[in-house]
Ligand binder design. Structure first.
Ligand code: FO1
Length: 315
């Protein structure tokens, strides 16, 4: 029986490690569980940014500069919408638009988000399994000094400027893990779960908020590890460090380990944070130090290998 793995991911940082894992593990040997708290209805379409970022990344179609959307994109739709006085704060490229139209059509015809995602992933040439965390809608709401904001309004429209006071995951209490997610976590061959270096508050916590997820992770006999999205007190990308500061949490890798402590057996920190390894271990969490900053494909593969090796070491 070959070892199999589950990786929990959301956003651009997570997709980078997911790509590394997809290069070192066969299609059957890793399943990606993706945050859908960022999903929303826009211009009559269902947009699933983290699923799409992952599928474009794994298929080699991702826009390398933006990290989201497609490479070789054109923007005629947005320009035409702008000329009509339409809503243009959220950018949908022409090629990307086709995906949202087709997903929306399939969802409206009654297919589950899991089935639609499997179809789209396959059509794009993704070989590994990409599973939304739930088929039920869960919407991340960012609580701010300006009031509650739908995630994409906070993130894209308001460029993460409002001061964060907390988060809400609307619909989480009524949501269920999909049968496919449950099965992936119940696999006898499961050798470890990897929480990718995604934003803990808005990319990973929505996944952990689906009823049953935390309990299932805690009950596993194989280890659960996370890779720190914070290096040297700063986030590689995105608002993680800013959110931590606004929430009154120190912007450190150690604080991220603490955040996940109820589900975590191991934590990967960057070499820049080697001095924090002892503090992580004092929390009862094994730690390893390596390069976590992923600039090249080789970096993504190296971090994937280091993470798998660490999982086996702490088994
Ligand atoms: N992020 C932006 O910063 N600006 C955008 O206009 C934008 C459009 C967009 C369209 C499709 C898609 O799949 C993702 C898009 N993103 C955009 C990224 C998105 O906001 C993600 O939620 C974040 O990257 C957080 O994971």
């Amino acid at each position: 029986m070959t070892d199999r793995y589950v990786a929990i991911t959301g956003g651009i940082g997570g997709a980078k490690l997911a790509l590394g894992l997809s290069k070192v593990l066969a299609a059957d040997d890793v399943t990606f569980i993706v945050n859908t708290g960022d999903d929303f209805e826009h211009l009559g379409l269902t947009i699933c940014p983290d699923i799409d970022t992952l599928c474009y990344t794994l298929s080699g179609l991702a826009n390398p500069e933006l990290g989201w959307g497609r490479a070789d994109e054109s923007w005629h739709f947005m320009a035409a919408l702008d000329a009509l006085g339409g809503e243009t704060w959220f950018n949908l490229g022409d090629r990307d638009l086709a995906l949202h139209v087709e997903r929306t059509r399939r969802l409206k015809s009654g297919e589950s988000l899991t089935a639609v995602t499997a179809h789209i992933a396959q059509a794009l040439g993704v070989e590994h399994r990409v599973l939304p965390m739930s088929n039920d809608r869960i919407s991340t709401v960012v609580l701010t000094g300006d009031g509650p904001l739908a995630f994409q309004h906070y993130f894209v429209r308001d460029k993460c400027a409002p001061e964060v006071t907390g988060f809400r995951f609307d619909g989480a209490d009524r949501a269920a893990l999909s049968a496919e997610v449950v099965q992936a976590l119940h696999d006898d061959a499961l050798a470890g779960v990897i929480i990718c270096p995604s934003n803990p508050y808005v990319s990973v916590d929505p996944v952990l908020a689906v009823p049953g997820m935390r309990d299932r992770l805690r009950a596993l006999t194989c280890p659960v590890i996370a890779i720190s999205p914070i290096v040297g007190g700063a986030a590689i990308k995105g608002p993680t460090a800013k959110m931590m500061a606004e929430l009154g949490v120190p912007s450190t890798a150690e604080a991220v380990a603490k955040h996940y402590r109820d589900v975590l057996d191991g934590f990967v920190v960057d070499r820049a944070d080697a001095a924090l390894a002892a503090a992580v271990e004092a929390l009862g969490i094994a730690s390893v130090t390596t390069q976590t900053v992923m600039l090249t494909l080789a970096d993504r593969i190296d971090l994937a290998r280091d993470s798998l090796e660490f999982l086996h070491r702490i088994k």
